[in-house]
Design a protein around this ligand. Structure first.
Ligand SMILES: CC(C)(COP(=O)(O)OP(=O)(O)OC[C@H]1O[C@@H](n2cnc3c(N)ncnc32)[C@H](O)[C@@H]1OP(=O)(O)O)[C@@H](O)C(=O)NCCC(=O)NCCS
Length: 169
C-alpha cells in the first residue's frame, strides 16, 4: 500500500458561530466544537484510507480560547500518523479577525480513527509520510500518544507502554 503525506488528507471546514451553538457567555459550546472537529477529522481519515472510518478515541482536546458568537471558525484536520488499522488525526482550530483577517489558533485536538470493512472489522491503512518539521514532530510523538490512550482505555498493560516509559527514564 502506497504511503500518503498529511497534505493528502488535509481537510478544512470553515463555518460561523450562530446563536443556537453558544453557551450562556455567548461563546461556542464545547460539544459543538467537538462535533465540528470529529466531522473534519473523519473526512481526513477517510481521505487517507479511502475506507469507512470510525472514531475510536478522543485523545486530547484543549479549549485554550473561547470562540465568541459570530466568529468565523476554521477547523483543519490532517492524519499525522497511521499504524496498522488506526490513524491519529491532528486538528487545529483557528478563528479570524473580522477586520484584519488575521488568524489566531483557538484550540487543538487529537482524535484516533480506525478504518473498517463493510462488517465493521478493522482493516489496514497506508502509512503516513510526514514532510514538514511540524508533521515530523507530530508523527514522532504519535506512538507515545497511542500507548497512553490504550493504557487509559485498559487495552494494554503499563509494561507494554514502552515509548511512554522512555519519557520518564
Ligand atoms: C474502534 C473499533 C473498530 C476498534 O475495534 P477493536 O475490536 O478494539 O479492534 P482492535 O483491538 O484490533 O483495534 C483496532 C485499532 O484501533 C486501536 N485502538 C483501539 N482502541 C483505541 C484507543 N482507545 N485509543 C487508541 N487506539 C485505539 C488499536 O490499537 C488498533 O490499532 P492498530 O491496528 O493501528 O494497531 C471498535 O471498538 C468500534 O467499532 N468502536 C465503535 C466506534 C464508533 O462507533 N465510534 C463512534 C462513536 S459514537
Amino acid at each position: 500500500m502506497k504511503g500518503k503525506t498529511p497534505k493528502q488528507s488535509k481537510t478544512i471546514l470553515t463555518d460561523m458561530v450562530l446563536p443556537g451553538e453558544t453557551n450562556p457567555l455567548n461563546n461556542l459550546f464545547g460539544g459543538e466544537l467537538l462535533a465540528r472537529m470529529d466531522r473534519a477529522a473523519s473526512i481526513a481519515a477517510r481521505r487517507h484510507s479511502r475506507r469507512i472510518v470510525v472514531t475510536a478515541s478522543v485523545n486530547h482536546v484543549a479549549f485554550n480560547r473561547a470562540v465568541p458568537l459570530g466568529s468565523v471558525v476554521t477547523v483543519e484536520a490532517k492524519v499525522s500518523r497511521a499504524f496498522k488499522t488506526s490513524m491519529e488525526v491532528y486538528i487545529d482550530v483557528w478563528i479570524e479577525d473580522r477586520e484584519s483577517g488575521e488568524r489566531t489558533q483557538a484550540n487543538e485536538a487529537i482524535y484516533t480513527f480506525v478504518a473498517v470493512d463493510e462488517t465493521g472489522r478493522p482493516i489496514a491503512v497506508p502509512e503516513v509520510i510526514p514532510e514538514t518539521n511540524l508533521e515530523k514532530e507530530r508523527f514522532d510523538a504519535a506512538l507515545r500518544r497511542k500507548q497512553l490512550s490504550l493504557l487509559l482505555a485498559g487495552k494494554i498493560k503499563p509494561h507494554q507502554a514502552t515509548e511512554l516509559k522512555a519519557l520518564f527514564e
